[in-house]
Design a protein around this ligand. Structure first.
Ligand code: HEM
Length: 110
C-alpha cells in the first residue's frame, strides 16, 4: 500500500526549498523540479503546501507534463482529508450542471 500523507503535513512543506503539492489526491515533492518547471518557479511556489489540482488543470498541461508527475510522486493524500461527495450533489440535476454554460454574472449582484 502506498504511503498516506495528511494534508496538515503537506502544508508544512510550503517553501521554495521544501515544496510539496497535491494534485488529484496524490502528493508530489517538486522542490527540485521548481527550477526546471517550464511554467516558472513562482507558479509552483504560489501553490506550495496545498492542493494545486485546479491550478494544474486550468493550465491544460500536456500528457508529457502529467507523465512527469510520476517522477515526483511521494504518496497519497490521507483518505481522511479527501472530501467525500455528498449523495445530494450526486442527483442528476446537479451532476449535469455545467458551470461553463451558466450565466456569467449573477442577477443579484447586478
Ligand atoms: C507539480 C507538477 C507540475 C508539473 C510536472 C508541470 C509541468 C509542466 C510542463 C512540462 C510544462 C510545459 C507545457 C506542457 O507540457 O504542458 C508546464 C507549463 C506550465 N505550467 Fe506546469 N507543471 C506542474 C505544476 C504546475 C502548477 C501547479 C501550475 C500553476 C499554478 C503550473 C503552471 C504552468 C504554466 C502557467 C505553464 C505554461 C508555461 C508557458 O507555456 O509559458 N504548473 N508545466
Amino acid at each position: 500500500m502506498s504511503k498516506e500523507i495528511r494534508l496538515a503535513t503537506v502544508k508544512q512543506h510550503n517553501k521554495p526549498t521544501d515544496l510539496w503539492v497535491v494534485i488529484d489526491n496524490k502528493v508530489y515533492d517538486v522542490t527540485k523540479f521548481r527550477l526546471e518547471h517550464p511554467g516558472g518557479e513562482d507558479t509552483l511556489v504560489d501553490v506550495a503546501g496545498r492542493d494545486a489540482t485546479k491550478d494544474f488543470n486550468d493550465v491544460g498541461h500536456s500528457s508529457e507534463a502529467r507523465e512527469m508527475l510520476k517522477k515526483y510522486y511521494i504518496g497519497d493524500l490521507d483518505a481522511a482529508d479527501i472530501p467525500k461527495k455528498s449523495p445530494i450533489s450526486a442527483t442528476p440535476t446537479e451532476a449535469s450542471y455545467d458551470p461553463a454554460a451558466a450565466p456569467k454574472q449573477c442577477c443579484i449582484l447586478n
